[in-house]
Design a protein around this ligand. Structure first.
Ligand code: C2E
Ligand code: MG
Ligand code: MG
Ligand code: MG
Length: 281
Protein backbone atom coordinates (compact mmCIF):
# COMPACT_ATOMS: atom_id res chain seq x y z
CA UNK A 1 0.00 0.00 0.00
CA UNK A 2 2.69 2.43 1.08
CA UNK A 3 4.78 1.36 -1.88
CA UNK A 4 2.01 2.10 -4.38
CA UNK A 5 1.41 5.46 -2.81
CA UNK A 6 5.12 6.20 -2.99
CA UNK A 7 5.24 5.44 -6.68
CA UNK A 8 2.26 7.65 -7.50
CA UNK A 9 3.74 10.52 -5.58
CA UNK A 10 7.11 9.93 -7.15
CA UNK A 11 5.47 10.27 -10.57
CA UNK A 12 3.77 13.44 -9.49
CA UNK A 13 7.09 14.61 -8.22
CA UNK A 14 9.05 13.87 -11.38
CA UNK A 15 6.43 15.78 -13.31
CA UNK A 16 6.86 18.68 -10.95
CA UNK A 17 10.60 18.55 -11.49
CA UNK A 18 10.16 18.68 -15.23
CA UNK A 19 7.78 21.61 -15.13
CA UNK A 20 8.60 25.31 -15.16
CA UNK A 21 10.97 27.12 -12.82
CA UNK A 22 8.10 28.16 -10.58
CA UNK A 23 7.56 24.50 -9.79
CA UNK A 24 11.15 24.23 -8.66
CA UNK A 25 10.67 27.24 -6.46
CA UNK A 26 7.59 25.61 -5.03
CA UNK A 27 9.52 22.46 -4.31
CA UNK A 28 12.32 24.42 -2.75
CA UNK A 29 9.81 26.14 -0.50
CA UNK A 30 8.22 22.82 0.36
CA UNK A 31 11.57 21.36 1.35
CA UNK A 32 12.30 24.36 3.54
CA UNK A 33 8.92 23.95 5.17
CA UNK A 34 9.58 20.23 5.58
CA UNK A 35 12.66 21.00 7.65
CA UNK A 36 10.89 23.59 9.77
CA UNK A 37 7.83 21.39 10.38
CA UNK A 38 9.72 18.15 10.99
CA UNK A 39 8.12 16.40 8.01
CA UNK A 40 11.20 14.22 7.65
CA UNK A 41 11.56 10.98 9.55
CA UNK A 42 14.36 8.48 9.72
CA UNK A 43 13.91 4.80 9.11
CA UNK A 44 16.64 2.37 10.07
CA UNK A 45 17.74 -0.77 8.26
CA UNK A 46 19.73 -3.41 10.16
CA UNK A 47 23.07 -4.70 8.96
CA UNK A 48 23.17 -8.33 9.98
CA UNK A 49 25.96 -10.80 10.63
CA UNK A 50 24.38 -13.70 8.74
CA UNK A 51 26.55 -16.21 10.64
CA UNK A 52 25.18 -15.31 14.05
CA UNK A 53 22.02 -13.43 13.13
CA UNK A 54 23.16 -10.47 15.20
CA UNK A 55 22.46 -6.88 14.21
CA UNK A 56 25.91 -5.33 13.88
CA UNK A 57 24.93 -1.99 12.42
CA UNK A 58 22.04 0.22 11.35
CA UNK A 59 21.75 2.52 8.35
CA UNK A 60 19.61 5.63 8.75
CA UNK A 61 17.48 6.33 5.67
CA UNK A 62 15.49 9.53 5.34
CA UNK A 63 11.77 9.58 4.57
CA UNK A 64 9.68 12.63 3.66
CA UNK A 65 6.07 12.57 4.75
CA UNK A 66 4.70 15.66 3.02
CA UNK A 67 1.14 16.84 3.79
CA UNK A 68 0.85 18.02 0.16
CA UNK A 69 2.78 15.32 -1.72
CA UNK A 70 2.37 12.32 0.55
CA UNK A 71 5.28 9.91 0.90
CA UNK A 72 8.25 11.11 -1.16
CA UNK A 73 11.18 8.66 -1.48
CA UNK A 74 14.71 10.06 -1.10
CA UNK A 75 15.67 9.45 -4.74
CA UNK A 76 12.94 11.95 -5.66
CA UNK A 77 14.14 14.81 -3.50
CA UNK A 78 17.79 14.28 -2.45
CA UNK A 79 19.18 15.06 -5.95
CA UNK A 80 17.03 18.19 -6.07
CA UNK A 81 18.14 19.19 -2.57
CA UNK A 82 21.75 18.75 -3.68
CA UNK A 83 21.18 21.07 -6.62
CA UNK A 84 19.35 23.71 -4.63
CA UNK A 85 21.89 23.66 -1.80
CA UNK A 86 19.35 22.53 0.79
CA UNK A 87 21.12 19.22 1.26
CA UNK A 88 23.47 20.76 3.83
CA UNK A 89 20.57 21.52 6.15
CA UNK A 90 18.98 18.14 5.51
CA UNK A 91 22.21 16.25 6.22
CA UNK A 92 22.64 18.26 9.39
CA UNK A 93 19.10 17.38 10.41
CA UNK A 94 19.85 13.70 9.75
CA UNK A 95 23.03 13.64 11.85
CA UNK A 96 21.21 15.45 14.65
CA UNK A 97 18.21 13.10 14.50
CA UNK A 98 20.44 10.02 14.47
CA UNK A 99 22.39 11.23 17.51
CA UNK A 100 19.11 12.00 19.31
CA UNK A 101 17.87 8.48 18.54
CA UNK A 102 21.08 6.79 19.69
CA UNK A 103 20.93 8.77 22.94
CA UNK A 104 17.27 7.81 23.40
CA UNK A 105 18.09 4.12 22.96
CA UNK A 106 20.95 4.36 25.43
CA UNK A 107 18.69 6.11 27.93
CA UNK A 108 16.34 3.11 27.66
CA UNK A 109 19.21 0.78 28.51
CA UNK A 110 19.55 -0.44 24.93
CA UNK A 111 23.01 -0.53 23.40
CA UNK A 112 22.49 0.15 19.71
CA UNK A 113 25.16 -0.84 17.21
CA UNK A 114 26.96 1.82 15.19
CA UNK A 115 24.54 3.86 13.07
CA UNK A 116 25.51 4.86 9.53
CA UNK A 117 24.39 8.13 7.95
CA UNK A 118 24.49 8.97 4.25
CA UNK A 119 26.22 12.26 3.56
CA UNK A 120 26.06 14.12 0.28
CA UNK A 121 29.11 15.35 -1.52
CA UNK A 122 28.59 19.07 -1.26
CA UNK A 123 28.48 18.81 2.47
CA UNK A 124 31.39 16.46 2.76
CA UNK A 125 33.73 18.85 1.03
CA UNK A 126 32.98 21.62 3.48
CA UNK A 127 35.30 21.98 6.41
CA UNK A 128 32.33 22.61 8.67
CA UNK A 129 31.20 18.99 8.35
CA UNK A 130 33.63 17.75 10.98
CA UNK A 131 32.57 20.50 13.37
CA UNK A 132 28.90 19.76 12.77
CA UNK A 133 29.37 16.05 13.50
CA UNK A 134 31.48 16.75 16.58
CA UNK A 135 28.89 19.17 17.90
CA UNK A 136 26.00 16.73 17.39
CA UNK A 137 27.89 13.94 19.15
CA UNK A 138 28.76 16.21 22.04
CA UNK A 139 25.19 17.52 22.38
CA UNK A 140 23.97 14.03 23.03
CA UNK A 141 26.93 12.78 25.05
CA UNK A 142 28.02 10.34 22.35
CA UNK A 143 31.37 9.17 21.09
CA UNK A 144 32.58 8.99 17.53
CA UNK A 145 32.40 5.21 17.54
CA UNK A 146 28.61 5.43 17.71
CA UNK A 147 28.52 6.89 14.23
CA UNK A 148 29.52 5.84 10.73
CA UNK A 149 29.55 8.03 7.64
CA UNK A 150 28.62 6.63 4.23
CA UNK A 151 30.13 8.31 1.18
CA UNK A 152 30.23 7.41 -2.48
CA UNK A 153 33.43 7.10 -4.47
CA UNK A 154 32.56 10.15 -6.53
CA UNK A 155 32.35 12.35 -3.46
CA UNK A 156 35.84 11.41 -2.33
CA UNK A 157 37.36 11.83 -5.76
CA UNK A 158 35.84 15.26 -6.35
CA UNK A 159 38.41 16.91 -4.09
CA UNK A 160 41.03 14.44 -2.97
CA UNK A 161 42.88 16.85 -0.73
CA UNK A 162 39.85 18.04 1.18
CA UNK A 163 38.55 14.47 1.39
CA UNK A 164 41.82 13.26 2.87
CA UNK A 165 41.74 15.95 5.55
CA UNK A 166 38.09 15.35 6.40
CA UNK A 167 38.48 11.57 6.58
CA UNK A 168 41.49 11.96 8.86
CA UNK A 169 39.52 14.29 11.15
CA UNK A 170 36.59 11.87 11.32
CA UNK A 171 38.96 9.01 12.01
CA UNK A 172 40.54 10.93 14.89
CA UNK A 173 37.07 11.37 16.37
CA UNK A 174 36.45 7.63 16.12
CA UNK A 175 33.81 7.98 13.40
CA UNK A 176 34.10 5.15 10.88
CA UNK A 177 33.80 5.67 7.14
CA UNK A 178 32.25 3.38 4.56
CA UNK A 179 32.13 3.60 0.79
CA UNK A 180 28.53 3.28 -0.40
CA UNK A 181 27.52 1.64 -3.69
CA UNK A 182 31.09 0.39 -4.07
CA UNK A 183 31.98 -0.67 -7.57
CA UNK A 184 29.67 1.74 -9.38
CA UNK A 185 31.98 4.76 -9.26
CA UNK A 186 34.40 5.76 -11.97
CA UNK A 187 37.38 6.11 -9.68
CA UNK A 188 40.59 4.15 -9.68
CA UNK A 189 41.13 1.60 -6.95
CA UNK A 190 44.36 3.20 -5.81
CA UNK A 191 42.48 5.69 -3.66
CA UNK A 192 41.57 2.86 -1.31
CA UNK A 193 45.17 2.74 -0.16
CA UNK A 194 45.39 6.46 0.40
CA UNK A 195 42.23 7.09 2.38
CA UNK A 196 41.46 5.87 5.89
CA UNK A 197 38.38 3.86 4.95
CA UNK A 198 36.86 1.19 7.19
CA UNK A 199 34.17 -0.51 5.12
CA UNK A 200 33.17 -1.21 1.53
CA UNK A 201 29.47 -1.64 0.80
CA UNK A 202 29.10 -3.82 -2.28
CA UNK A 203 26.45 -2.26 -4.50
CA UNK A 204 23.11 -4.01 -4.82
CA UNK A 205 23.46 -4.31 -8.60
CA UNK A 206 26.31 -6.84 -8.11
CA UNK A 207 24.52 -8.71 -5.33
CA UNK A 208 21.45 -9.08 -7.55
CA UNK A 209 23.68 -10.77 -10.09
CA UNK A 210 25.62 -13.20 -7.90
CA UNK A 211 23.36 -16.18 -8.60
CA UNK A 212 22.22 -15.01 -12.02
CA UNK A 213 25.17 -13.94 -14.11
CA UNK A 214 28.87 -14.73 -14.12
CA UNK A 215 29.85 -11.05 -14.05
CA UNK A 216 27.96 -10.24 -10.87
CA UNK A 217 29.51 -13.23 -9.16
CA UNK A 218 33.02 -12.41 -10.42
CA UNK A 219 32.86 -8.76 -9.41
CA UNK A 220 31.45 -9.59 -5.98
CA UNK A 221 34.09 -12.24 -5.37
CA UNK A 222 36.84 -9.86 -6.46
CA UNK A 223 35.61 -7.07 -4.18
CA UNK A 224 35.40 -9.45 -1.21
CA UNK A 225 38.91 -10.83 -1.71
CA UNK A 226 40.40 -7.38 -2.26
CA UNK A 227 38.68 -5.95 0.82
CA UNK A 228 39.71 -8.92 2.91
CA UNK A 229 43.37 -8.65 1.97
CA UNK A 230 43.27 -4.90 2.66
CA UNK A 231 41.63 -5.61 6.02
CA UNK A 232 38.54 -3.61 5.15
CA UNK A 233 35.12 -4.62 6.43
CA UNK A 234 32.50 -5.54 3.84
CA UNK A 235 28.74 -5.11 3.79
CA UNK A 236 26.65 -6.62 1.01
CA UNK A 237 23.80 -4.28 0.05
CA UNK A 238 20.36 -5.34 -1.11
CA UNK A 239 20.44 -9.03 -0.19
CA UNK A 240 17.01 -10.34 -1.13
CA UNK A 241 17.29 -14.13 -1.47
CA UNK A 242 18.60 -17.07 0.53
CA UNK A 243 20.72 -18.02 -2.52
CA UNK A 244 22.46 -14.66 -2.43
CA UNK A 245 23.06 -15.05 1.31
CA UNK A 246 24.57 -18.51 0.81
CA UNK A 247 26.82 -17.29 -2.00
CA UNK A 248 28.08 -14.42 0.16
CA UNK A 249 28.70 -16.63 3.19
CA UNK A 250 30.53 -19.15 1.01
CA UNK A 251 32.74 -16.37 -0.35
CA UNK A 252 33.66 -14.78 2.97
CA UNK A 253 31.17 -11.92 3.29
CA UNK A 254 29.05 -12.31 6.44
CA UNK A 255 27.61 -8.84 6.99
CA UNK A 256 24.53 -8.18 4.90
CA UNK A 257 21.79 -5.62 4.55
CA UNK A 258 18.63 -6.26 2.60
CA UNK A 259 14.97 -7.14 2.43
CA UNK A 260 15.79 -10.81 3.15
CA UNK A 261 16.59 -9.79 6.72
CA UNK A 262 14.66 -6.58 7.26
CA UNK A 263 13.28 -3.62 5.40
CA UNK A 264 14.08 -0.13 6.64
CA UNK A 265 11.81 0.33 9.67
CA UNK A 266 10.65 3.15 11.95
CA UNK A 267 12.46 3.59 15.28
CA UNK A 268 9.79 1.85 17.40
CA UNK A 269 10.11 -1.28 15.31
CA UNK A 270 13.90 -1.16 15.42
CA UNK A 271 13.77 -0.79 19.20
CA UNK A 272 11.89 -4.09 19.33
CA UNK A 273 14.45 -5.74 17.04
CA UNK A 274 17.33 -4.48 19.16
CA UNK A 275 15.70 -5.93 22.27
CA UNK A 276 14.32 -9.21 20.89
CA UNK A 277 16.75 -9.85 18.05
CA UNK A 278 15.97 -10.49 14.41
CA UNK A 279 14.05 -13.53 13.20
CA UNK A 280 16.41 -15.34 10.84
CA UNK A 281 15.23 -16.02 7.27
P1 C2E B 1 21.76 3.88 -0.27
O1 C2E B 1 22.49 4.65 0.77
O2 C2E B 1 22.57 3.00 -1.15
O3 C2E B 1 20.65 3.07 0.52
C1 C2E B 1 20.21 1.78 0.19
C2 C2E B 1 18.86 1.82 -0.48
O4 C2E B 1 18.50 0.49 -0.86
C3 C2E B 1 17.73 2.30 0.43
O5 C2E B 1 16.77 2.97 -0.40
C4 C2E B 1 17.14 0.98 0.94
O6 C2E B 1 15.81 1.10 1.37
C5 C2E B 1 17.27 0.14 -0.29
N1 C2E B 1 17.33 -1.29 0.02
C6 C2E B 1 17.79 -1.90 1.13
N2 C2E B 1 17.72 -3.24 1.03
C7 C2E B 1 17.20 -3.50 -0.18
C8 C2E B 1 16.86 -4.72 -0.89
O7 C2E B 1 17.04 -5.83 -0.41
N3 C2E B 1 16.33 -4.58 -2.13
C9 C2E B 1 16.09 -3.36 -2.70
N4 C2E B 1 15.55 -3.33 -3.92
N5 C2E B 1 16.41 -2.19 -2.07
C10 C2E B 1 16.95 -2.27 -0.84
P2 C2E B 1 16.17 4.38 0.01
O8 C2E B 1 15.91 4.43 1.47
O9 C2E B 1 15.06 4.67 -0.92
O10 C2E B 1 17.38 5.39 -0.28
C11 C2E B 1 17.87 5.58 -1.57
C12 C2E B 1 19.11 6.44 -1.57
O11 C2E B 1 18.82 7.76 -1.11
C13 C2E B 1 20.20 5.93 -0.63
O12 C2E B 1 20.93 4.90 -1.22
C14 C2E B 1 21.01 7.18 -0.42
O13 C2E B 1 21.88 7.40 -1.49
C15 C2E B 1 19.94 8.26 -0.45
N6 C2E B 1 19.59 8.61 0.95
C16 C2E B 1 18.76 7.96 1.79
N7 C2E B 1 18.71 8.57 2.99
C17 C2E B 1 19.54 9.64 2.91
C18 C2E B 1 19.94 10.67 3.83
O14 C2E B 1 19.53 10.71 5.01
N8 C2E B 1 20.81 11.63 3.37
C19 C2E B 1 21.32 11.59 2.09
N9 C2E B 1 22.16 12.57 1.72
N10 C2E B 1 20.98 10.63 1.22
C20 C2E B 1 20.10 9.66 1.61
MG1 MG C 1 23.87 4.23 2.11
MG1 MG D 1 24.18 1.93 -1.12
MG1 MG E 1 22.45 3.13 -3.55
Amino acid sequence: HAKKEGRNNAQFFMQALNDAACERLLLERQLRKALANEEFVLYYQPQVDADSGRIVGLEALIRWQSPELGFVPPVSFIPFAEESGQIMLIDEWVVHAVCRQIAAWRAQGITPPRVAVNLSGCHFLKKSLVEMVAECLQNFGLEGRHLEVELTEGVIMRDVEQATATLADLKRMGVTVSIDDFGTGYSSLSYLRRFPIDTLKIDRSFITGVTKDADGAAITTAIISMATSMRLDIVAEGVETAEQMTFLLDHGCAVMQGYLFCRPAPPEEVTRLLVDGLPMP
